[in-house]
Design a protein around this ligand. Structure first.
Ligand code: ACO
Length: 425
């Protein structure tokens, strides 16, 4: 039996019946609600899309109240424990765990694109060495599109597959080559005998064996898996919004990277380290918490639009951190982070607002211990998240319900008025 929502408009006393599908109504069905026939019809006002589903998706499931995260139905903890970033990428993008043969083909197809055009390295050389890595990465991803103009043909599935492989292969190369540039070091060519995370760390740190310890390589792969997708967050929504106007996927990934850069999203991992450094000592935590409660500052790495419980990625990371610290030695900021978390979780301000650590609270501490510079933290998030964006993009292209994304507005400005010349104002 079909379900309906009955609405009575108190302005007209008219009754409307709106179909309910999957527990929701279609926003466009509200448009039939109007006082006069020549009106546009009712919309729902939803700044920041707090209560708007922009798509149907079968990629990632989150239960924010229970702290559950699954990719294509598989719990994140199981994937982090047993899978690899490239296997997870295939799962996200194609919907199923690959067979042995499928996985080998996928890994080989990605390795086939494991290099960037020489001119990209010239562009990297032109960036100031002090440039923020995310600013450079955003530009470099967009620049890649100019070398692959055929990627604009997004109705060609083979072309899209090539673009997907290129982006997964080349975003780590852009990141590592930019890092080497900032350090005045020569580029390290990708090594196809290595796995994905190992190759990335090698391109960053070749010759520094401490940073290439197998436990650190394994931790890096796990970190990438934990960051691989998170349904319709700010950057994934940007990927879909930009993708909906049908540019090449390099440009859309560049836009999504820009969205991730912000401190309220992926940039929080860097901001957490900054915050812990500024707090400086456990004894300063109560004073800092008071500042948070007065809303003078935010407790970075806490809070989430969807999770109203402990972020399962943060929970996993907190436990996995020990493995890294047993190789690198404990990060001195860890004590501050643990105490900060304990105090925050006992305070009514945080309890009443369901504010818990999110993925960014512990990831920065781990990255720093691994010798990754602060302004590369969000770059690592980008490398991890690129397959998720691409899975969202692929799903968007196949979705017949989707058109160019174009929200409406509630206009609150002037009525028509006449222009007045500058000398008469
Ligand atoms: N520190 C202090 N107070 C906070 C925090 C925080 N980190 N987060 C939310 N609050 C407060 C808000 O001030 C608000 O209080 P109020 O009800 O008195 O006005 C209440 O909690 C609800 O917060 P909103 O801002 O409405 O929550 P929203 O869903 O819009 O924001 C966000 C979510 C952006 C993640 C926010 O919690 C935040 O800024 N956190 C810090 C930055 C951060 O860690 N971002 C990473 C998120 S995870 C990711 O993107 C990968």
């Amino acid at each position: 039996m079909s379900e309906v929502l009955t609405i009575t408009d108190s302005r007209t006393n008219k009754e409307y019946k709106l179909d309910i599908q999957d527990g929701n109504i279609r926003a466009k069905d509200l448009r039939q609600i109007k006082v006069n026939e020549d009106e546009f019809g009712m919309m729902s006002y939803d700044p920041s899309f707090e209560n708007t589903a922009s798509c149907k998706s079968s990629v990632t499931y989150i239960d924010g109240d229970q702290g559950i995260l699954r990719y294509r139905g598989y719990p994140i903890e199981q994937l982090a424990e047993s899978s690899s970033q490239l296997e997870v990428s295939k799962l996200l993008i194609d919907g199923e765990l690959p067979s042995n043969d499928e996985l080998s083909k996928w890994v080989n197809d990605i390795k086939e694109h494991n290099s960037v055009p020489n001119e990209i390295n010239d562009i990297i050389g032109a960036f100031p060495k002090s440039a923020h890595a995310m600013g450079a990465l955003t530009s470099l991803e967009a620049a890649l599109s100019t070398f692959y103009p055929e990627s604009k043909n997004i109705t060609d599935e083979d072309e899209n597959y090539r673009s997907i492989c290129r982006l997964i292969a080349q975003v780590p190369i852009l990141a590592a080559n930019f890092y080497r540039h900032t350090q005045g070091l020569p580029i390290v060519e990708p090594d196809n005998s290595m796995d994905y995370a190992e190759n990335f760390l090698n391109m960053m740190f070749k010759g520094d064996d401490n940073k290439m310890h197998p436990d650190l390589v394994s931790a890096m792969d796990t970190l990438l898996i934990l960051h691989a997708d998170h349904e319709q967050n700010c950057s994934a929504s940007v990927m879909r919004n930009v993708g909906s106007s049908e540019p090449d996927p390099f440009s859309a990934v560049s836009a999504a990277t820009a969205a991730l850069y912000g401190p309220l999203h992926g940039g929080a991992n860097e901001a957490v380290l900054q915050m812990l450094t500024e707090i400086g000592s456990v004894k300063n935590i109560p004073n800092f918490i008071e500042q948070v409660k007065k809303k003078e500052v935010k407790l970075m790495g806490f809070g989430h639009r969807v999770y109203k419980a402990y972020d399962p990625r943060a929970k996993y990371l907190k436990e996995a951190a020990d493995k890294v610290f047993s190789v690198t030695g404990t990060n001195p900021l860890l004590d501050i982070a643990l105490e900060l978390e304990a105090i925050a979780l006992s305070e009514d301000y945080f309890k009443g607002r369901n504010l818990y650590p999110n993925v960014d609270f512990y990831s920065g501490l781990i990255y720093e211990s691994m010798g990754i510079p602060k302004d590369m933290f969000t770059v690592l998030f980008t490398i991890g998240r690129t397959p998720g964006w691409l899975a969202q993009w692929k799903e968007l292209l196949a979705d017949k319900d989707q058109k160019i994304a174009r929200p409406r507005q509630v206009y609150t400005g002037y009525d028509s008025r006449d222009y007045v010349g500058v000398n008469n104002r």
